[in-house]
Design a binder for this molecule. Structure first.
Ligand SMILES: [Zn+2]
Ligand SMILES: [Zn+2]
Length: 440
């Protein structure tokens, strides 16, 4: 699906221009045929000035333009009758192919703070849509439209609502949301209906729901928005960016700009305090004392590291890691085994999730690293094998099994998680031998 364009002599760098795939499977199971040529022709035409570039309305205009889409049998595709999930997949493909221009995401790496810029759709793995491999229990899970989904309490009139129901929506039904794209986020009854929210607690009236959402605490509203994203976008529409500096992964939404507002009003800053470095070290020391005794180990050095945390092979910042004893390669001196806890990962987890229990997580991390230590002494670390297998499995599900096989065949080691089985074990062995056995 990627075409290599001939180099223009004035531009020394060749560009890989991704094209729209000719045929894709959509989350609902239906098939869509796409014409790259017709889509580019439509994109070249002038558009109404109030249409947001890269947005849903623009996508709809392009998909409805002459010859751009057909259904599996070659008949015209009723784009407005598509579910939002199906539509957003097509939208992601338009962005990825550059038919629509995607806004660049500018973010700091959550692990080391280094800023990065990327168009998220350029990192989307599309092979599962092309190959019809949409059967992953998580990435392709259907949304439960009948269930009352639990949310933090939101006041609705005299009552507190603790659940919400979200119905499926077609493009046609969601048009009020699309039209509000370029306007500031305000929840109106029409928007509530377009979002598919059918009940908030026991309330069914869109007007009362709109008012309640508009006045809801930001965290509570965001948990509703998270559910709407889940309902109307398949989980597979996401990309993984790896930090060029520290290797940490950032998971980004594709498309990056979404029609459902994520923030209304001012986000609240108040957070439970996170212990400062001294307090954290004291917590670690007392926990280690207790856990070392309970597990019958000693002479494992313990460090609290407040530098940029190391990441596992999948790019997840580590809470802790274990390094077996050995000979220090630079000093040539014997070195005891060590357990290292990464202060900043604990801090980041706490920032992300206020219920993150720092003391309990310290305990669990130390205990977990001791398990690695004991496995290491026994000469075999099934825990480590399992962790590596999990990382590989995660990437495989995202990229698609068939695509992974194709890449392995071409010897393209574009993903760290090691589809190239010949280099993967060597990489792991080299790493473990010289450095850490990773964990947690
Ligand atoms: Zn980083
Ligand atoms: Zn581990």
């Amino acid at each position: 699906m990627i075409r290599r364009v001939d180099a223009d002599p004035r531009r020394p760098h060749r560009l890989d221009v991704p094209r729209l795939p000719a045929r894709v499977f959509l989350p609902s199971g239906r098939v869509a045929r796409l014409s790259d040529e017709a889509a580019r022709r439509a994109a070249a035409q002038a558009r109404a000035p109030d249409i947001q570039p890269g947005g849903c309305m623009e996508a709809l205009t392009l998909l409805e333009a002459e010859d751009v889409t057909r259904d599996g049998d070659g008949a015209p595709l009723d784009v407005r009758g598509l579910s939002l999930r199906d539509f957003h997949v097509l939208r992601a493909l338009l962005l990825r192919a550059g038919v629509q221009k995607e806004e660049t995401a500018e973010l700091p790496c959550e692990n080391c703070g280094e800023a990065f810029r990327v168009a998220p759709s350029s990192l989307l793995e599309i092979a599962p849509f092309v190959d019809g491999e949409l059967d992953d229990p998580e990435l392709d899970a259907p949304f439960d439209h009948d269930a009352a989904h639990v949310i933090p309490a939101i006041r609705v009139g005299a009552e507190l609502a603790r659940s919400v129901r979200v119905a499926a929506r077609t493009v046609e039904e969601a048009l009020p949301l699309f039209r509000a794209e370029s306007a500031p986020a305000r929840i109106t009854p029409a928007i509530v209906i377009a979002m598919g929210i059918t009940t908030l607690g026991r309330e069914r009236r869109a007007s009362a729901i709109a008012k309640a959402l508009g006045e809801a605490p930001p965290e509570a509203y965001q948990s509703v928005a998270d559910l709407l994203y889940e309902a109307h976008y398949p989980a597979r529409l996401g990309a993984v960016h790896r930090c060029a500096t520290c290797g940490a992964r950032s998971d980004l939404d594709v498309p990056w700009r979404r029609e459902i507002p994520y923030e209304i009003g001012e986000p609240r800053k108040a957070r439970r305090d996170f212990p400062d470095l001294d307090a954290f070290e004291a917590m670690v020391a007392s926990a280690a004392d207790r856990i070392y005794r309970a597990r019958g180990v000693r002479n494992i050095d313990l460090f609290v590291d407040d530098d940029v945390p190391a990441c596992d092979d999948g790019g997840e910042p580590l809470l802790g890691c274990y390094t077996p004893g050995g000979t220090d390669p630079t000093l040539g001196m014997p070195r005891p085994p060590e357990i290292r806890l990464f202060y900043r990962t604990f801090q980041a987890e706490h920032r992300r999730d206020r219920s993150f229990d720092v003391a309990a997580e310290i305990d669990e991390t130390i205990d977990h690293e001791i398990t690695h230590h004991l496995h290491h002494l026994a000469g075999d670390d099934p825990l480590d094998d399992e962790e590596h297998a999990q990382i590989e499995e995660e990437a495989l599900r995202r990229i698609g099994k068939r695509e992974a096989t194709r890449r392995a065949g071409k010897g393209v080691a574009s993903e760290l998680a090691g589809f190239v089985r010949t280099t993967w074990p060597l990489f792991v062995i080299a790493f473990v031998a010289t450095y850490f056995t990773f964990c947690r």
